[in-house]
Design a protein around this ligand. Structure first.
Ligand SMILES: [Zn+2]
Length: 241
């Protein structure tokens, strides 16, 4: 199976569906982790340098599970719903030829998350169009779009769950590749020493949300999902691992 996960920022995919991506990869599926923005917004420092660091961190995280990393490099906070950007999303989808697409829920908190979600949904539909001008073949398959967890779980009621208990350590290993995001946002510090991982905000956040989702299924850790109910998106088979 080809799995395409599209997150607005480096570390979003790890936070919201990293365990699920690890399970897909573990069972032999081909996983593409696409990050839309270039991360230049944080921590404070030369924006081009920060963007380069964020890209390397995203690649290191993808490498943990052997996923392909796609870096769209749109400036943080500079993501808009327009034709040129939608075209780039269509090309990402057509190139990956996914059997499932995972992205943010449409009403998540950050404009980059919301815009990513809308771009994915619209691009998935247009990617089917036979004569759309593209470098790649049309993507006509019946492809479900899953919405991953919302930021801090707010107003997100999952309708499907994945048991990530067996890959918990892998999810944390992916998250902790994003060292720059564990620094104080006031200044990039190349000499920053990571505290023990259990003391980081990343770990606490992931543990609380994953344990809460796991509680619904009476297991230690889970990730929750919702599905986009629309034509060409509904299938009768189990798609999640
Ligand atoms: Zn984000």
């Amino acid at each position: 199976m080809n799995v395409l996960a599209i997150g607005a920022h480096g570390d979003d995919l790890e936070s919201f569906c990293g365990g699920t991506l690890a399970l897909y990869a573990q069972r032999g599926d081909s996983v593409t982790m696409c990050v839309v923005t270039d991360g230049r917004g944080r921590p404070k420092g030369d924006p081009d340098t920060i963007a380069g660091i964020r890209k390397a961190e995203a690649e290191a995280s993808a490498a943990v599970i052997g996923a392909r990393s796609v870096w769209m490099a749109i400036p943080d906070g500079g993501l808009w719903f327009d034709e040129p950007t939608r075209h780039r999303f269509i090309e990402v989808i057509r190139e990956a030829q996914p059997d499932v697409i995972i992205t943010h829920p449409p009403d998540d908190y950050h404009p980059d998350h919301k815009t990513t979600s809308r771009l994915v949904m619209d691009a998935a539909q247009v990617a089917r169009t036979s004569n759309y001008p593209s470098r790649f073949e049309p993507h006509r398959a019946q492809v479900p779009v899953a919405f991953m967890e919302a930021e801090r779980g707010i107003d997100f009621l999952p309708e499907d769950y994945v048991d990530i208990t067996s890959v918990w350590d892998t999810k944390i290993k992916m998250l902790t590749q994003h060292v720059s995001q564990m620094m104080p946002p006031e200044k990039y510090d190349p000499a920053f020493v990571m505290p023990p991982v259990e003391q980081t905000f990343f770990y606490r956040y992931a543990q609380i949300v994953s344990a809460f989702r796991g509680l619904a299924c009476s297991i230690p850790y889970a990730e929750g999902f919702r599905w986009w109910r629309a034509a060409n998106r509904i299938v009768t088979r189990r798609v999640l691992p």
